[in-house]
Design a protein around this ligand. Sequence first.
Ligand code: NAD
Length: 359
Amino acid sequence: MKNYKIAVLKGDGIGPEIVGEAIKVLNVTAEKCGFTVAYEEALLGGCAIDATGVPLPDETVAKCKAADSTLLGAVGGPKWDTLPGHLRPEKGLLGIRSALGLFANLRPARIFEPLREASPLRADIIDGSLDIMVVRELTGGIYFGERGRLEENGVQAAYDTEKYSVPEIERIARIGFDLAMKRGRKLCSVDKANVLESSRLWRETVTRIAKDYPEVELSYMYVDNCAMQLVRNPSQFDVLLTSNIFGDILSDEASMISGSIGMLASASLGATGSGLYEPIHGSAPDIAGQNIANPLATILSVAMMLKYSLGQPEASDMIEKAVADVLGEVRTPDIYVEGFQKVSCTEMGDAVCQKIKAM
Ligand code: NAD
């Protein structure tokens, strides 16, 4: 029987509550699908600062590297907001991504049928199935390029540089094409090749890599048009492949289409494929400890882990189907509307487990 080792970073605020539910769901799914999971807990963020003085202890990095994959809740909170920059919980987050060499960020934007009314888009715009995966390059481009200030003819100026190398584009393109093969076999590469030289290299490289994936239908779109198409006709997209800055903006736009922050999962992948999986929301200190947080983003992060790192696509589909089913019956307060049963964080986790057991 296959046995997976998962590093678990519960983090702060609602982190322990939502991760607890995700683990419950993963255990039920494992039993159903005939594999086992062993968990290795480690500290990250504020809880790590309290226990060890630093947001990312070396032991945490070692445990994540030794695991088949890593599940993260969320970090941060007012208790640590006044600490100097290098000791802030968020520093731990950036640190673990860089220590694990994670260069690709995957953000799905999809609408679960029962939550359709939560989308800010009109029903007729999202009447087709909406299931987009934004694949964003995470460690290159303008956020990491040369920057500076200078004075020109007595006038202050500043600059930032967008730079991509061929290997950087190749590796993110391969992640995008591999994902497209596991999904709808369509990839749209987003750039600004009509203006930017870095975008022209991006497009040339993606075109060359595409030859290795003849089954994937490749298209290109300028970023400004893509921003427009995402609200005009989002169902046309399957995988969107983007640079760091374009993906930063477009993934937020795409995720809003699905309406609720408590529903949004994400993954970060590197060369090893083991990856880091986490909800996109933060530690929600305002509701921590009350058992009212929505655990579905974290549960859906586990579904992504099963599909993209552990090679268990059926188990992943099972969780996604269970989530879609429970949304027709029960809701945590953040997504509650009249006509549904209002449930706590643990009750939502239990409801997903029940659905999986009944499959
Ligand atoms: P947040 O995402 O934590 O919360 C924003 C709002 O959404 C709050 O009202 C919160 O109650 C609600 N919310 C978030 N997740 C929810 C869930 N699962 N169920 C129900 N409601 C939910 O963002 P914030 O308030 O700006 O940040 C709070 C802390 O989290 C800060 O310290 C911030 O630095 C940190 N943060 C961490 C991460 C991360 O760990 N990846 C990401 C963003 C923010």
